[in-house]
Design a protein around this ligand. Structure first.
Ligand SMILES: Nc1ncnc2c1ncn2[C@@H]1O[C@H](COP(=O)(O)OP(=O)(O)O)[C@@H](O)[C@H]1O
Ligand SMILES: [Mg+2]
Length: 352
């Protein structure tokens, strides 16, 4: 970050103003400003004029002070000093300043991270506390159901209570999963098992009805180092979403193939590509509208009436923890395809 400088004489005329100063104040540099009163040149920046005007009036000049330029949404840190002649008489003054906007943004981001961390803890706490009363509601509604076997109205109300309580419980469980930090229990994992299990789990969450599921695993696909349980979670969520999108009819294709993750371009030629597997989960459903694809991974983003919006957020978190990649392509005509790339050996497993 470079510094801005404005020097001016006792009579208020500018002796020097560098390019950085023009840039920070949002003004166009002009060689003709030297010799003009700063009150003219900076007339659109009244905050600065006020600071400069204090140069010969204040007994203590500001040192490392901060100023917020509201219209520019910029923060500067500045020091104002007098320039004296040999006899000690002030003949002018200099304002040195620095753009602190970036520094501020970094601090702001830090604060946000802290806030999110404590929010996560709080959410985990609340979710945990909710589990017991919810289980209580489910149990007692179940008991009540047996006590009024003949009342059709009561039965249907109780069925509603039960299904709402189940939904609330599912939200709580997902919320806990989402806020819990990922700790991988890395083992050698056969993706065949993981995918099989995921399809079964997704079926238990969302009725499959007439949806056809095809699984294509490349012959000789290597075992990968991963957390078996958490990886199942990834594909369960993707397949459950596909079931929901297809709404009882259509086709899901899950394919696993060998691939490689290219090294960072900066290291190309130095680090060889990392061996990896690519798992694609594709459905021929209605697709994700283009304007929403950026948001589907955001926590709590959902287009479903009873959705939690946490499924894909959890997917991303687990894939990240495996140093993997995920992306999605979707069109109205062809449906939705999620591509998950996972390194064969997980370096992070050793460090995390
Ligand atoms: N296979 C898919 N087809 C169409 N839309 C999808 C698919 N998968 C995810 N989405 C969209 O992404 C949103 C977020 O998904 P997710 O995070 O799993 O939350 P939820 O399933 O609770 O809505 C869904 O509400 C849906 O709009
Ligand atoms: Mg989902």
């Amino acid at each position: 970050m470079r510094n801005g400088v404005i020097a001016f004489r006792r009579d208020g005329t500018i002796a020097l103003m560098n390019d950085e100063a023009y840039r920070m104040f949002g003004l166009t540099p002009s060689g003709r400003d030297v010799g003009r009163p700063f009150a003219d040149v900076l007339r659109d920046r009244q905050e600065i004029i006020r600071v400069l005007s204090g140069a010969f009036e204040l007994s203590h000049l500001p040192n490392r002070a901060e100023l917020r330029l509201k219209e520019l949404d910029r923060v500067i840190g500045y020091t104002l000093s007098q320039v004296k002649d040999d006899g000690g008489t002030p003949v002018g003054a200099v304002l040195f300043f620095k753009d602190l906007t970036q520094v501020e943004q970094l601090e702001e981001r830090e604060r946000l991270r802290d806030r999110l961390a404590s929010l996560g803890e709080m959410a985990a706490g609340i979710a945990h506390e909710l589990k017991n009363p919810l289980a209580g509601i489910e149990v007692m509604a179940g008991l009540l159901r047996r006590q009024v076997p003949d009342s059709k109205d009561a039965q249907s109300l109780l069925a509603d209570i039960l299904s709402e309580a189940k939904l609330a419980n599912a939200i709580v469980v997902e919320m806990l999963e989402f806020v819990r930090p990922v700790r991988l229990q890395v083992e050698r994992t056969d993706l065949r098992d993981v995918i099989q299990q995921s399809v079964t789990m997704a079926e238990s969450k969302v009725p499959r009805r007439d949806v056809i599921v095809r699984v294509n695993i490349e012959a000789g696909l290597p075992m990968i180092e991963s957390d078996h349980h958490q990886l199942s979670q990834v594909f369960t969520n993707l397949v459950a979403n596909a079931f929901e999108a297809l709404d009882g009819k259509g086709r899901i294709t899950i394919a696993a193939t060998t691939t490689a993750i290219e090294a960072d371009p900066a290291f190309a030629g130095i680090h060889p590509p990392t061996p990896a597997v690519l798992v694609e989960v594709a459905d021929d459903g209605p697709g994700v509208p283009a304007e929403l694809t950026d948001r589907i991974f955001n926590p709590f983003f959902t287009t479903k009436v009873t959705g939690t919006g946490l499924g894909l957020a959890i997917v991303r978190k687990i894939v990240d923890a495996h140093d993997g990649r995920i992306d999605v392509s979707s069109t109205k005509d062809t449906g939705t395809r999620f591509r998950v790339t996972l390194p064969v050996t997980s370096a992070s497993g050793w460090f995390k």
